[in-house]
Design a protein around this ligand. Structure first.
Ligand SMILES: Cc1cc2nc3c(=O)[nH]c(=O)nc-3n(C[C@H](O)[C@H](O)[C@H](O)COP(=O)(O)O)c2cc1C
Length: 115
Protein backbone atom coordinates (compact mmCIF):
# COMPACT_ATOMS: atom_id res chain seq x y z
CA UNK A 1 0.00 0.00 0.00
CA UNK A 2 1.55 3.25 -1.14
CA UNK A 3 0.79 6.61 0.43
CA UNK A 4 2.41 10.02 0.41
CA UNK A 5 2.72 12.79 2.93
CA UNK A 6 1.25 16.21 2.21
CA UNK A 7 4.68 17.34 1.05
CA UNK A 8 4.94 14.32 -1.29
CA UNK A 9 7.29 11.98 0.57
CA UNK A 10 6.28 8.46 -0.58
CA UNK A 11 5.84 5.41 1.65
CA UNK A 12 4.99 1.80 0.87
CA UNK A 13 4.13 -1.15 3.13
CA UNK A 14 2.73 -4.68 2.69
CA UNK A 15 -0.91 -5.23 3.72
CA UNK A 16 -2.60 -8.64 3.99
CA UNK A 17 -5.76 -7.81 5.95
CA UNK A 18 -7.44 -6.66 2.78
CA UNK A 19 -10.74 -7.49 1.14
CA UNK A 20 -12.66 -6.47 -1.97
CA UNK A 21 -16.16 -5.72 -0.64
CA UNK A 22 -17.78 -4.45 -3.84
CA UNK A 23 -16.77 -3.53 -7.40
CA UNK A 24 -15.44 -0.17 -6.24
CA UNK A 25 -14.59 -0.67 -2.57
CA UNK A 26 -11.66 -2.29 -0.75
CA UNK A 27 -11.29 -2.63 3.01
CA UNK A 28 -7.86 -2.70 4.65
CA UNK A 29 -7.32 -3.17 8.39
CA UNK A 30 -4.97 -0.89 10.23
CA UNK A 31 -3.19 -3.24 12.58
CA UNK A 32 0.31 -1.80 12.63
CA UNK A 33 0.21 1.26 10.35
CA UNK A 34 2.40 4.18 11.40
CA UNK A 35 3.56 6.33 8.47
CA UNK A 36 0.74 4.93 6.33
CA UNK A 37 -1.89 6.23 8.76
CA UNK A 38 -0.13 9.57 9.27
CA UNK A 39 0.00 10.03 5.51
CA UNK A 40 -3.64 9.08 4.97
CA UNK A 41 -4.72 11.64 7.56
CA UNK A 42 -3.03 14.44 5.62
CA UNK A 43 -3.35 13.03 2.09
CA UNK A 44 -6.16 10.46 1.60
CA UNK A 45 -5.06 9.20 -1.82
CA UNK A 46 -3.50 5.73 -2.01
CA UNK A 47 -2.09 3.37 -4.64
CA UNK A 48 -2.21 -0.42 -4.22
CA UNK A 49 -0.32 -3.11 -6.11
CA UNK A 50 -1.81 -6.58 -6.57
CA UNK A 51 -0.21 -9.66 -8.09
CA UNK A 52 -2.19 -12.77 -8.98
CA UNK A 53 0.06 -15.80 -8.67
CA UNK A 54 -2.28 -18.02 -10.73
CA UNK A 55 -2.73 -15.76 -13.76
CA UNK A 56 0.62 -13.97 -13.31
CA UNK A 57 -1.18 -10.67 -13.86
CA UNK A 58 -0.65 -7.54 -11.82
CA UNK A 59 -2.66 -4.39 -11.30
CA UNK A 60 -2.18 -0.92 -9.91
CA UNK A 61 -5.26 0.37 -8.11
CA UNK A 62 -5.67 4.03 -7.13
CA UNK A 63 -8.26 5.23 -4.67
CA UNK A 64 -9.48 7.72 -2.14
CA UNK A 65 -9.56 6.60 1.48
CA UNK A 66 -11.68 7.15 4.54
CA UNK A 67 -10.64 6.09 8.06
CA UNK A 68 -13.21 4.53 10.39
CA UNK A 69 -12.63 3.60 14.03
CA UNK A 70 -16.27 2.78 14.86
CA UNK A 71 -19.56 1.83 13.20
CA UNK A 72 -20.95 -1.38 11.65
CA UNK A 73 -18.39 -1.68 8.82
CA UNK A 74 -15.46 -1.23 11.21
CA UNK A 75 -16.94 -3.74 13.68
CA UNK A 76 -17.65 -6.29 10.95
CA UNK A 77 -14.12 -6.21 9.55
CA UNK A 78 -12.53 -6.04 13.03
CA UNK A 79 -14.38 -9.23 14.05
CA UNK A 80 -13.41 -10.93 10.78
CA UNK A 81 -9.72 -10.01 11.17
CA UNK A 82 -9.69 -11.14 14.79
CA UNK A 83 -11.04 -14.57 13.90
CA UNK A 84 -7.81 -15.01 11.92
CA UNK A 85 -5.68 -14.01 14.90
CA UNK A 86 -6.63 -12.58 18.30
CA UNK A 87 -3.32 -10.76 18.40
CA UNK A 88 -4.42 -8.30 15.69
CA UNK A 89 -5.22 -4.91 17.22
CA UNK A 90 -7.63 -3.97 14.38
CA UNK A 91 -7.34 -0.27 15.20
CA UNK A 92 -9.10 1.26 12.23
CA UNK A 93 -10.75 0.35 8.97
CA UNK A 94 -9.35 2.01 5.87
CA UNK A 95 -12.04 2.20 3.20
CA UNK A 96 -10.61 2.59 -0.28
CA UNK A 97 -12.98 3.87 -3.00
CA UNK A 98 -11.37 2.73 -6.25
CA UNK A 99 -10.89 5.54 -8.78
CA UNK A 100 -8.56 3.93 -11.36
CA UNK A 101 -7.09 0.53 -12.22
CA UNK A 102 -4.08 -0.02 -14.51
CA UNK A 103 -2.60 -3.20 -15.92
CA UNK A 104 1.02 -3.60 -14.85
CA UNK A 105 1.72 -7.04 -16.29
CA UNK A 106 4.84 -6.84 -18.48
CA UNK A 107 4.03 -6.85 -22.19
CA UNK A 108 1.92 -5.02 -24.73
CA UNK A 109 -0.84 -4.03 -22.28
CA UNK A 110 1.52 -2.70 -19.61
CA UNK A 111 0.31 0.62 -18.21
CA UNK A 112 -3.09 0.44 -19.90
CA UNK A 113 -6.05 1.80 -17.97
CA UNK A 114 -8.41 -1.09 -17.13
CA UNK A 115 -11.03 0.90 -15.17
C1 LIG B 1 2.99 -9.81 4.66
C2 LIG B 1 2.65 -8.65 5.56
C3 LIG B 1 1.31 -8.28 5.68
C4 LIG B 1 0.96 -7.21 6.51
N1 LIG B 1 -0.36 -6.84 6.60
C5 LIG B 1 -0.71 -5.76 7.34
C6 LIG B 1 -2.07 -5.32 7.40
O1 LIG B 1 -2.98 -5.86 6.78
N2 LIG B 1 -2.34 -4.23 8.18
C7 LIG B 1 -1.38 -3.56 8.87
O2 LIG B 1 -1.70 -2.58 9.54
N3 LIG B 1 -0.08 -3.96 8.82
C8 LIG B 1 0.27 -5.02 8.07
N4 LIG B 1 1.59 -5.43 8.01
C9 LIG B 1 2.57 -4.70 8.79
C10 LIG B 1 2.94 -3.38 8.13
O3 LIG B 1 3.32 -3.57 6.78
C11 LIG B 1 4.11 -2.76 8.92
O4 LIG B 1 3.67 -2.47 10.23
C12 LIG B 1 4.67 -1.50 8.29
O5 LIG B 1 5.67 -0.99 9.11
C13 LIG B 1 3.61 -0.41 8.10
O6 LIG B 1 4.22 0.66 7.42
P1 LIG B 1 4.26 2.13 8.02
O7 LIG B 1 4.90 2.03 9.36
O8 LIG B 1 5.08 2.85 7.02
O9 LIG B 1 2.85 2.56 8.09
C14 LIG B 1 1.95 -6.50 7.22
C15 LIG B 1 3.30 -6.88 7.08
C16 LIG B 1 3.63 -7.94 6.27
C17 LIG B 1 5.08 -8.34 6.13
Amino acid sequence: MATASKSGIPNVAPMASIQLVSDDTIWIMDNYMVKTLENLKENPITALYFYDQDTKRCFQVKGATEIKTSGPDYEKFRDQVRTKGHKYPAKSLIIVKITDVFECTAGKDAGKKVL
